[in-house]
Design a protein around this ligand. Structure first.
Ligand code: PGA
Length: 248
């Protein structure tokens, strides 16, 4: 049984005060959901988020990390530092990191591996651009990103990994992949995991959909056979909307 996981990706939004207010506002409403509830806050609000979420089922994630414990990496944050704060998840390879910050598959793979050895659960993002979708290469792109992202990840570590399929053209655009299309790509990723590892683990690994998930489409998306949750940007920023998502 895969426990669905709904994660808010706040991106570069919310101060410490706003974070604490948000968590206070959702505390009660998340108590009744069976899904795993994660908030990926900006670095500066992580400490406050972990403290505010104490005693609740809300788990806190970071949106990025650098794959070393420490060193001369000006401006970077290590997984050890995140772990030290009580963070449990970390988003790795989000399309904004791939596109704006030119992160490569091999760097993303290093992050996945380092997150795992540090005891953080990586949410590995994969997904095609509009151009790639239109040229019919969606599955090829997703295959390259998934295979590269999971390189050298042991079978015993794989249950700690969440994959998020996020078509780039659906992120922040209001356009969602149809739930059937999203499910088809996610089922394909599951097949890939089965080829790389085995059937048993491919049935266990959780694969989310991300890209303009909102309260009014979450139910349809979550009803699909292979979709185990959502990674949500815009609609995760307001407590009321976030609560509707996790109580879909
Ligand atoms: P969106 O963002 O829900 O605003 O489309 C999703 C994401 O970037 O993870």
């Amino acid at each position: 049984m895969r426990i669905p996981i709904i994660a808010g990706n706040w991106k570069m939004f919310k101060t410490v005060d706003e974070t604490v207010q948000f968590i206070e506002a959702i505390k009660e409403g998340v108590a009744s959901t069976d899904v795993e509830v994660v908030i990926c806050a900006p670095y500066t609000a992580l400490d406050a988020a972990v403290k505010a979420a104490k005693g609740t089922t809300i788990q806190i994630g970071a949106q990025n990390m650098y794959p070393e414990d420490s060193g001369a990496f000006t401006g970077e944050i290590s997984p050890m530092m995140l772990k030290d704060l009580g963070v449990s998840y970390v988003i790795v390879g989000h399309s904004e990191r791939r596109q704006i910050f030119k992160e490569s598959d091999s760097l993303i793979n290093k992050k996945v591996l380092k997150a795992l050895t540090t005891g953080l659960k990586p949410i590995l993002c994969v997904g095609e651009t509009l151009e790639e979708r239109e040229s019919g290469t969606t599955k090829d792109v997703v295959k390259v990103q998934t295979v590269a992202g999971l390189k050298d990840v042991g079978k015993d570590q794989l249950t700690q990994v969440v994959i998020a399929y996020e078509p780039v053209w659906a992120i922040g655009t209001g356009k969602t992949a149809s739930s059937a299309d999203a499910n088809e790509v996610i089922a394909y990723i599951r097949e890939l995991v089965s080829e790389l590892y085995d059937d048993e683990i491919s049935e266990e690994i959780r694969i989310q959909y991300g890209g303009s998930v909102k309260p009014d489409n979450v139910e349809e998306i979550m009803a699909e056979s292979d979709i185990d949750g959502a990674l949500v940007g815009g609609a995760s920023l307001k407590p009321e909307s976030y609560l509707e998502l996790v109580n879909f």
